[in-house]
Write a protein that binds this ligand. Structure first.
Ligand SMILES: [Zn+2]
Ligand SMILES: [Zn+2]
Length: 153
């Protein structure tokens, strides 16, 4: 998905990509999330694109999907109130706001409602709880819509 990985410098600045200097080896090499430091596997890694550093030269930071979604959501929350275009929901002419919103949607884990089996949108209210499984070790995390499920069709 090449389109997902093309992050503009403005977006990376809004996400607060750390400087290369001071990173541990795993983060600098892109084996760990550049923000959270958790080890990355292919399925959960987001390529943040080629970066240039005056001392290190070229480096390729990567992050977990969860970290990108969380960072993008927070960056949008911080950005929107001061941005006339983003304050007006009908306007779509803020590239930064649109990109931050897109990243939040793309990288937020998909959740399904255990009552109606429909997908819960990232910005939709939902409840989270642990299911109790008598046989298994620990329960699974279960999500439901906070509001009554809507029956479509
Ligand atoms: Zn904006
Ligand atoms: Zn539901």
């Amino acid at each position: 998905m090449p389109a997902d990985t093309a992050l503009s410098p403005e977006v990376l600045e809004a996400l607060a990509l750390p400087r290369f200097t001071g990173l541990d080896e795993a983060r600098a090499a892109g084996r760990a999330c550049v923000w959270g430091g958790e080890p990355l596997v292919i399925e959960t890694a987001v390529d943040l694109g080629e970066q240039h550093d005056s001392t290190a030269g070229t480096w390729f930071p990567r992050a977990s999907r969860q970290a990108v979604a969380e960072r993008a959501r927070r960056a949008f929350t911080a950005h929107a109130p001061a941005c006339p275009a983003c304050r007006d929901e009908d306007q779509v002419d803020c590239p930064l706001g649109a990109e931050l919103h897109r990243l939040t949607l793309v990288y937020t884990a998909v959740r399904y409602c255990s009552r109606c089996d429909r997908q819960i949108a990232p910005d939709e209210d939902h409840a989270t709880y642990q299911s109790q499984q008598a046989s298994g070790p620990g329960g699974a995390t279960v999500y439901t819509h906070s509001r009554p499920c809507q029956r479509q069709r």
